[in-house]
Design a protein around this ligand. Sequence first.
Ligand SMILES: Nc1ncnc2c1ncn2[C@@H]1O[C@H](COP(=O)(O)OP(=O)(O)OP(=O)(O)O)[C@@H](O)[C@H]1O
Ligand SMILES: [Mg+2]
Length: 212
Amino acid sequence: MKTIVIANQKGGSGKSTMTVHLAAAAEAARHGPVVISDTDPQGTAADWFNQRKKAGIETPRYSALTLSDLAGRVKALDEAGAAYLFIDTAPSIGAVNADLFALADLILIPLNPTPADLRALVKGLPLVRQSGKPFQFVLSRVRPNLRNNDGTAVALQSLGVVLTARMHERVIYAETFAHGKTALETDPKSTAAHEISALWTEIRKKIESKNS
Ligand SMILES: Nc1ncnc2c1ncn2[C@@H]1O[C@H](COP(=O)(O)OP(=O)(O)OP(=O)(O)O)[C@@H](O)[C@H]1O
Ligand SMILES: [Mg+2]
């Protein structure tokens, strides 16, 4: 099982939206079984999962993580046959995140392409680096044709790996979330569905390669 921790201490950077969409994309591509966990007390991804269950959709699965026994729970999911575990995290830098990073095969950092988000990132990055784990940046909530977009990507390249695929600002991401759905099942032919599938393909290729 590969564990992907989605983290950025900046609130609203798109962590929860990206977590559930990537998990659904991995399932849709038949790379599952996929499990989502939510370690954020706000419970955004857990709420999404509860709505999804009410809508009768069974995948991805959800598993609560006990913070006092993170390693044990992750091992149990691995032994139960999960292929990928996506962990959504709180907008904070603290001991919990350090513990989660220790378990990660990959730390995924969604970032809005704004100067303020870039400055906030620089403060949180030392904790990521201390973990010694591979990390990748992905531009999120990207609005087309903003000069900030490419400028942010260039600035990020000096800090680490920046994924080519981006997640744009799209109404469908926000609207489907409230109903426990994703763009993938609401409109599988949409640009959003293609975009999120491309993002998952790029992440999977990197995580499954030895040099990730
Ligand atoms: N790509 C996107 N397109 C449109 N809306 C988005 C997108 N990503 C996130 N949003 C919206 O932005 C808000 C914040 O997104 P989200 O909850 O995913 O961020 P977060 O990083 O998990 O926030 P927090 O730090 O509070 O946990 C939500 O209202 C969500 O619907
Ligand atoms: Mg969140």
